[in-house]
Ligand binder design. Structure first.
Ligand code: VG1
Ligand code: CO
Length: 543
């Protein structure tokens, strides 16, 4: 076996987005495409000779091929050992868990998250640092810079190795350890939550349904919910991971998790329903005929955190991404702890958690997590909810209604316009930026614009600054309209419009969010000229 240095040339666009590099599979299959990016990672992270790396992915199409390439390149770049999940599988939160538990140098995670998988669909790759979290912007900027000047990469000439049996093999001088992808993660969950109380709840006739969406969390949910906690057989649906997720969109929201939604809104609905995404880091939570918005879920977990053993000492602080509703801020205020507002993307939470400033964090995009790992964590959120339900012995709906009565309700919705011509999407954003002065102070019915800006964030730990993170139109009553371009799409541009209105009056809390937000939606469309500029009468997805 010998190490080969291959001459290569840069590809035009290998810029990591919100969560790593995401492109269509055929793009990744081009000669040297993946190799260039992997070498750029290795050239940017300065791993010491003999370092240990974790590698795993969500099992989507091209996962196995990509892992073989990464292993051979890791061997050629001086890594001493690689831990890889059996079959190449590791959910994103499980990868984060393993990176931390075994004190490794970091890991490479292969996923395009909630995007469809298959030969013509999406693939993705990102590097996570030794804290288990996505590399900071400083590191991803360095990786991108390398991709623009790369001239060679190193790879070991060797046959593929089997990843289907647990145990150790070698690749040149490097050790490859195939580990069980579930055990370490399941043990971590058992250390955070009261499994006895949840088990008792499940045995008392409380029924649950968990939709793994044919994605990576199937085996995790089977082991934890059915085997360890004793949920009835069949509580986990779509539990067999498939390379193309069964042709679906493994995105846990009311649109794409339709199988589950039908059950939870049906005649014989279980008491609790949940789903997670392609790589297992997102979650959607439902009660009987009841949907919990991710922003409310974060606030509720925070308000009830001490019911779970892992959080009984209370929270150091909370962090939420800027577009996420301010429901969590109200809880933080009541608990007298800080609440941080960060740009979109989990990489911004890592520094805050490492510095001990926050315990819980979340995003409106169905992501919730804590400092137990450095990724958002779908099954963790489900277990947290079950722990709270076991302690409070009320329905999901009753718990949410009580929460709103105490804190008020932040009505919330997100409109996504996918696959727009890039120019039209940029045009909308530019128009808004040019309108800050005329909009400020302007009144639309009951709403008056207080300020407008383009969100900019200074990391309180390392002082780094991230600019242009989304246009905010802030109204005097705390309502907000936010516009942002997605950093995870692989076709054209995706424009997201986030709407939030605060309502203190409990007699209004039963309203449908689309009804409560109607005026704000009209304002959002009007001031952005969205329909005229994009030709889209309505959004692709509403969450
Ligand atoms: C979206 C979400 C963001 C999330 C990111 C990654 O990004 O809005 O909140 O962190 O996806 O989620 P964007 O740039 O498309 O809005 V997944 O579950 O991994 O990686
Ligand atoms: Co995901």
């Amino acid at each position: 076996m010998s190490i080969r240095t291959v001459i290569t040339q840069p590809f035009p666009d290998q810029k990591p987005g919100t969560s790593g590099l995401r492109k269509k599979v055929p793009v990744f299959q081009q000669a040297n495409y993946l190799e260039n990016f992997v070498q750029s990672i290795f050239d940017s992270i300065a791993a010491p000779q003999g370092a240990t790396l974790v590698v795993g992915g969500d099992g989507r199409y091209y996962n196995r091929e990509a892992i073989q390439i990464i292993l051979k390149m890791a061997a050629a770049n001086g890594f001493g050992e690689v831990l890889v999940g059996r079959g190449g599988i590791l959910s994103t939160p499980a990868a984060s868990c393993v990176i931390r538990k075994y004190d490794t140098f970091g890991g490479i995670i292969l996923s395009a998250s909630h995007n469809p998988g298959g030969p013509k669909e999406d693939f993705g790759i990102k590097f996570n640092s030794s804290n288990g979290g996505p590399a900071t912007e400083t590191v991803t900027d360095a990786i991108f810079a390398k991709t623009k000047s790369i001239a060679t990469y190193r790879i070991l000439d060797a046959a593929d190795i089997s990843l289907d049996e647990l145990g150790e093999t070698t690749l040149g001088a490097m050790k490859v350890k195939v580990i069980d992808p579930v055990t370490d993660y399941a043990d971590l969950m058992a250390s955070l939550f009261d499994f006895n109380a949840i088990s008792a709840l499940l045995k008392s006739g409380f029924r649950i349904k968990f939709d793994a969406m044919h994605a990576v969390n199937g085996p995790y949910a089977h082991e934890i919910l059915e085997h360890r906690l004793g949920a009835a057989a069949g509580s986990v649906m779509n539990g067999v991971p498939l390379e193309d997720f069964g042709g679906g969109h493994p995105d846990p929201n009311l649109t794409y998790a339709h199988d589950l939604v039908e059950i939870m809104y049906g005649d014989d609905a279980p008491d609790f329903g949940a789903a997670s995404d392609g790589d297992g880091d997102r979650n959607m939570v439902l009660g009987k005929h009841f949907f919990v918005t991710p922003s409310d879920s974060l606030a509720l977990l925070a308000a009830n955190a001490t019911s779970a053993p892992g959080y009984k000492k209370g929270l150091a602080g909370i962090a939420r991404s800027m577009p996420t509703s301010a429901a969590a801020d109200r809880v933080a205020k009541a608990l007298n702890i800080p609440c941080y507002e960060t740009p979109t993307g989990w990489k911004f939470f890592g520094n805050l958690m490492d510095a001990g400033k926050v315990t819980l964090c979340g995003e409106e995009s169905f992501g919730t997590g804590s400092d137990h790992v450095r990724e958002k964590d779908g099954l963790w959120a489900v277990l947290f909810w079950l722990n709270i339900l076991a302690v409070r012995k009320q329905s999901v709906e009753a718990i949410v209604l009580e929460h709103w009565a105490k804190f008020g309700r932040n009505f919330y919705s997100r409109y996504d316009y996918e696959g727009l011509p890039t120019e039209a999407a940029n045009g909308v954003m530019q128009l808004l930026r040019d309108s800050f002065t005329i909009l400020t102070g302007k009144t639309f019915g009951k709403y008056t614009v207080q300020t407008c800006d383009d969100f900019s964030y200074t990391d309180p730990v390392d002082g780094s600054v991230s600019k242009n993170q989304g246009v905010r139109i802030l109204f005097s009553d705390g309502s907000r309209i936010i516009y942002r371009l997605s950093g995870t799409g692989t076709e054209g541009a995706t424009l997201r419009v986030y709407l939030e209105a605060y309502e203190a009056d409990a007699s209004q809390h039963h309203l449908d969010a689309q009804v409560a937000l109607k005026d704000l939606i009209d304002i959002a469309l009007d001031i952005s000229e969205l329909v005229k500029r994009t030709g889209r009468e309505r959004p692709t997805v509403i969450t």
